[in-house]
Write a protein that binds this ligand. Sequence first.
Ligand code: NAD
Length: 309
Amino acid sequence: MKVTVVGAGAVGATCADNIARKELCEELVLLDIKEGLAEGKAQDMMQTATLLGFDTRITGSTNDYSKTSNSDVVLITSGIPRKPGMTREELIGTNAGIVKGVCENILKYSQNAIIIVVSNPMDTMTFLALTSTALPKNRIIGMGGTLDSARFKYQLSQHLGCSPSDLNAVVVGGHGDTTMIPLIRFATWNSVPVSRFLDPEKQKQIVNDTMVGGATLTKLLGTSAWYAPGAAGAALVESIVRDEKKLFTCCVSLNGEYGQKDICMGVPVIIGKNGWEKIIDYGLNEEEQTAFNKSADAVRSMNDVLKTL
Ligand SMILES: NC(=O)c1ccc[n+]([C@@H]2O[C@H](COP(=O)([O-])OP(=O)(O)OC[C@H]3O[C@@H](n4cnc5c(N)ncnc54)[C@H](O)[C@@H]3O)[C@@H](O)[C@H]2O)c1
């Protein structure tokens, strides 16, 4: 197994670190446009190998895509992150060109790779990766809902006073402060609906705190978060390379599912060796479907911006 992480910044390096610690592949390539950054981080990580006990071989590359050849999975984390007060959508002007160029370069050397898009605005960058590469749709996965669902579980755990691992909860829709939809109706604490323990007011607060989870961290950190995004990217890689068939919310191409088509949005999918393998229909009620449609409208307008760039 060979995995490439494009972008050796905060998210890319954290993701690579998680992949190496879990020994998800024999070979891991970190690539960045900034001279020496990927090589430096790769070397630094390799120097943890004897301390952490992993055998993954990590190498770095400054924009030399031949080093990434025959990758099974490629994560795209290159691009600018948001600063406090910015929305993810404001990044499109810079990141669209970066993501498109990266996809072209990746495909020159790894025609069979599964691509995981992390760069924001993620739903639109996933749509761009799909339309610009014309790869089979199952091989293009946007990472957003996986992170948002982990943040949702964190928020729930804080109010329930329980372990986040005992919770099941998913966030669908777009990966934006106003477009994501934490499906609290389906959230359970070891199979018991969380609504049994949380009054409607509390539930509303949890949903709101989840939606602005990224913005809250950006305000605290002065830049976008990286530990949970990196871990979420690595969790998807794990489900692919080990063919775990785990259920994650990922941004994928919809063709009528959840009432939408010609768009990439976050829905629950099975992730395995073929990429995203199946969309799971949660059966949204009218209110949830209305929110999903509204979210799709916002993602679609962002996708339309691509035509103007
Ligand atoms: N989808 C999600 O859930 C999620 C979560 C967090 C961050 N993000 C996004 O991930 C992206 C990266 O965030 P970060 O905090 O790691 O930023 P960062 O600035 O720390 O790292 C980005 C890296 O990309 C590199 N880069 C820029 N152009 C490149 C190119 N053409 N080729 C290769 N490398 C290039 C930069 O040199 C930099 O090292 C941002 O767009 C951010 O908004 C997404």
